[in-house]
Ligand binder design. Structure first.
Ligand SMILES: [Zn+2]
Length: 315
């Protein structure tokens, strides 16, 4: 049997997994990225990790024939053009890994890998298009049409966190204003939750979390469920901006599936149901029965690994 090595390089950890032909992760492990480090050093750790994984899983190392890597940043033809959290600029990652391992390697953007993984696991030949919006510390995303990642001529496409949802709005880490990420990332929601707590000392938010420094993306969902009107207002604004982003994506692409991934998707129905309602009330296709299915992503931590492996086959 042939296996693929999936690698997901994150700002904190690098995950490495052996993946079979059905895109099942057989075994995986991770090591600390310790950024900034050179791609060569990271590659050495990838090699020692996969050698130990192949031993542990009893898979001969010769049966691992390819390496798919998911990496943050702008990726073009195997070169990491820019990845700020790794401090990579024009790093020829594909060439470095191929030279060190002797195996075929492909590199794709990590958020695009997540979208491809969500598409692959559907295993449904009637589904041709999928958009994934991943909401975590920041917002990422990916567009897959007929099994291909759509990322623009320069590899900088599908940065869904940076579509504008408010003209001259909040400043975003990218340097622009009014980006979706500045309103709907987990960090933005935490900031809004803390502000609501300071402005409203009587809010149930204080019962859920009496230490304001311990507020996380779940806090406001919990208090809203208890009927706290302040929390419901915070969520209303959050969902309103998220729906603007989602409506724009659906209007542009009309994908069969739009899935929400990342840590925030663990809120499941509390996030998806009101989002669906807003999108359905305000989009061009509101009167059609044939419309985009909005759902939560199915893969969590393994999405980058699976998507990186799938990218080798779907490039
Ligand atoms: Zn931005």
């Amino acid at each position: 049997m042939k296996y693929t090595l999936g690698v997901d390089i994150g700002g904190t950890n690098v995950a490495v997994g052996i993946i079979d032909e059905n895109y099942d992760v057989i075994i995986k492990d991770s090591f600390k990225t310790n950024a900034p480090r050179s791609a060569q050093e990271i590659c050495d750790d990838i090699i020692s990790t996969y050698q130990s994984l192949s031993e542990r899983a009893g898979i001969p190392v010769e049966e691992i024939t390819e390496i798919g890597i998911a990496c943050p940043g702008i990726i073009k033809d195997g070169v990491v053009v820019s990845a700020s959290n790794l401090k990579f600029t024009n790093v020829p990652l594909k060439a470095i890994v191929e030279e060190k391992t002797g195996l075929k390697c492909e590199v794709c953007n990590d958020a695009n890998a997540v979208a491809l993984a969500e598409y692959i696991v559907l295993k449904d030949e009637n589904i041709h298009s999928l958009v994934a919006v991943t909401i975590g510390t920041g917002i990422g995303g990916g567009i897959v049409i007929d099994g291909k990642i759509i990322d623009g001529f320069n590899g900088a496409g599908a940065e869904l966190g940076h579509i504008t949802v408010e003209k001259d709005g909040r400043s975003c880490a990218c340097g622009n204003k009014g980006c979706l990420e500045a309103y709907c990332s987990a960090s933005a929601l935490v900031k809004d939750t803390k502000k609501a707590m300071i402005d409203h000392p009587d809010s149930k938010l204080w019962e859920i979390c009496n230490d304001i420094n311990a507020v996380d993306g779940k806090t406001v969902f919990k208090a809203a469920e208890l009927g706290d009107s302040i929390s419901q207002e915070v969520l209303k604004s959050f969902l309103n901006y998220l729906s603007i982003g989602v409506i724009n994506l659906i209007t542009l692409l009309q994908p069969e599936i739009l899935c929400i991934g990342g840590g925030m998707s663990k809120e499941k129905e509390a996030l998806i149901e009101p989002l669906k309602k807003l999108v359905n009330e305000n989009s061009l296709t509101k009167n059609l029965t044939d419309k985009t299915t909005i759902k939560t992503a199915v893969l969590f931590n393994d999405a980058g690994l699976v998507g990186a492996a799938a990218y080798l086959k779907n490039k």
